[in-house]
Write a protein that binds this ligand. Structure first.
Ligand code: ADP
Ligand code: MG
Length: 462
């Protein structure tokens, strides 16, 4: 068998035996470089893939080679720069196709055209963020089961697991995963009406609908969904009227075999004052306890997010981060952003010393900041008067600091979107949602934005 065919055969079998996410992460950009003196050399894109293949997949690769009548004495994994460039470009490309990633974009997600140019579908991407896909979700211990269920639903919405109820701690990827289902469904079948809403937003819209007597618009919007994805269900606790409304929405959708996906930070039985009838509805489908990603998965997440920012981190830095931030991927990403900003500013290569001193500085932070203090810090940093930040002006040099303020109220104080909007004198909380998402995206692509945030934080916690 020709060398290249041999490796393709091995890859083919691996693809069948591990999850799609793992396959893409670890195997997609590998290649057989040579087979000489009974040593098989595989080209890999970066040191991290090299380690993972050596540690975790070497045995299975050996087995599959043997199955293809090849028994090398050993396999060498060699970092091959072409492959890494290739993989980095591919990621860049798939991301820059996304119009929301352009720093100047302020369009809302519902208005954004789809990246594949399919104009039919864009108006049905209601509330979804295109950034959250299966492709950029790293699968591993902790989230495998939830991932598998979400994939099954994406392939066949409304049939098997309905409703799907995913619960687990903060920042472990629930929102990412349930939105990925929505995006995949739209990609498979453009025109499907996928509605994503946070429970906070659902509650707020319901209150507004009652107040302004627009109940029927509200009910129609949600009951006409083909797929309804509702995030952070715990926020429905104590909201009796909204629970009742949701109950009717749920029934209408379920009876019509429309898929409902729900996330929450706790299982239905632990959401206080959740009506019994809703609780029993949730038990009809499948409930999944999503766990924190395990160490290897966290490493892979760090590595892949760093690569998206154009940086390959040494393994000890990756491991340090993954070891020290164990329960919240959002925080892990925050620490990574901070590290990258710190190194970019000073022209340093990230190493274990830098990361350890940054993380220990974070630990000694006081936890009692007020929203006012955060906004004042941002006003000073950008030299924009408080009145302008809180006022109606829409000039760019005010809008961006205001968005940063919203982002930081979320990332540092974990305020709800309606509360963030109020703190900044905004009536509409969807502005807060879009601002936070916009800054999060910019942090991926824009070194200057990373520096702003990093400086503001340094001063804030100094
Ligand atoms: P949750 O909804 O559980 O609080 P999110 O879905 O908002 O968490 O995830 C927080 C951040 O971590 C997001 O930026 C998300 O993209 C990222 N993230 C979490 N898990 C993964 C994963 N397995 N692979 C890639 N990114 C992840
Ligand atoms: Mg979430």
């Amino acid at each position: 068998m020709q060398d290249d065919h041999l490796w393709q055969a091995v890859l083919g079998e691996i693809e069948l035996s591990i999850s799609r996410g793992n396959y893409v992460t670890w195997f997609k950009n590998t290649r057989l470089l040579r087979f000489k003196d009974n040593v098989l050399t595989i080209g890999v894109p970066n040191v991290f893939v090299k380690q993972q293949l050596e540690r975790k997949y070497n045995d299975i690769i050996m087995e599959l080679l043997a199955k293809n009548r090849t028994t090398p004495d050993k396999i060498e994994y060699k970092i091959h720069t072409d492959l890494s460039k290739n993989s980095a470009n591919q990621e860049e490309e798939s991301i820059s196709l996304n119009p929301s990633s352009s720093p100047s974009s302020v369009a809302t997600h519902a208005q954004m055209p789809m990246s594949n140019g399919n104009s039919l579908s864009h108006s049905y991407r209601l509330g979804l963020n295109e950034r959250y896909t299966f492709d950029n979700f790293i699968v591993g211990g902790g989230n495998e089961l939830a991932y598998a269920a979400c994939q099954a639903i994406a392939a066949n919405p409304g049939t098997k697991y309905n409703p799907l109820f995913i619960y687990g701690g903060v920042g472990i990827g629930k929102t990412h995963l349930i939105q990925a289902v929505g995006n995949a469904i739209i990609a498979n079948k453009p025109g499907t009406r996928v509605v994503y809403v946070s429970t906070e937003q659902f509650v707020q819209e319901f209150i507004d609908a009652v107040r302004y007597k627009k109940n029927t618009d509200f009910a129609g919007y949600y009951r006409n969904a083909d797929v309804l994805i509702i995030d952070d269900m715990q926020f429905i606790a104590g909201k009796d009227k909204t629970q009742e409304e949701f109950f009717h929405t749920f029934n209408a959708l379920h009876q019509a075999n429309k898929q409902v996906i729900i996330s929450s930070d706790k299982p239905p039985k632990d959401i206080p004052t959740l009506e019994e009838r809703l609780r029993s509805r949730f038990a009809w489908g499948m409930s999944i306890d999503m766990q924190n990603p395990d160490f290897e998965t966290r490493c892979a997440i760090v590595q892949s997010k760093a690569e998206m920012k154009g940086m390959v981190l040494p393994p000890d830095v990756v491991e340090y981060l993954a070891n020290h931030i164990q329960t919240n991927i959002r925080e892990l990403e925050g620490a990574l952003n901070q590290l990258i900003a710190f190194c970019e500013m000073r022209g340093l290569e990230p190493d274990a010393n830098i990361v350890s001193s940054l993380l220990s500085a974070n630990k000694s932070r006081p936890k009692h900041l007020s929203a006012r203090q955060v906004i004042e810090r941002i006003s000073k940093h950008f030299q924009v008067p408080m009145d302008d930040l809180l006022g109606p002006k829409r000039d760019k040099d005010i809008v961006v600091p205001r968005q940063v303020a919203m982002y930081m109220l979320r990332s540092e104080l974990h305020l709800s979107f309606p509360k963030i909007a109020r703190e900044l004198g905004r009536k509409d909380h969807t502005t807060a949602i879009h601002s936070v998402e916009k800054i999060e995206q910019e942090l991926t692509f824009d070194a200057i934005m990373r520096q702003h945030i990093s400086e503001i934080k340094e001063r804030l916690y100094a």
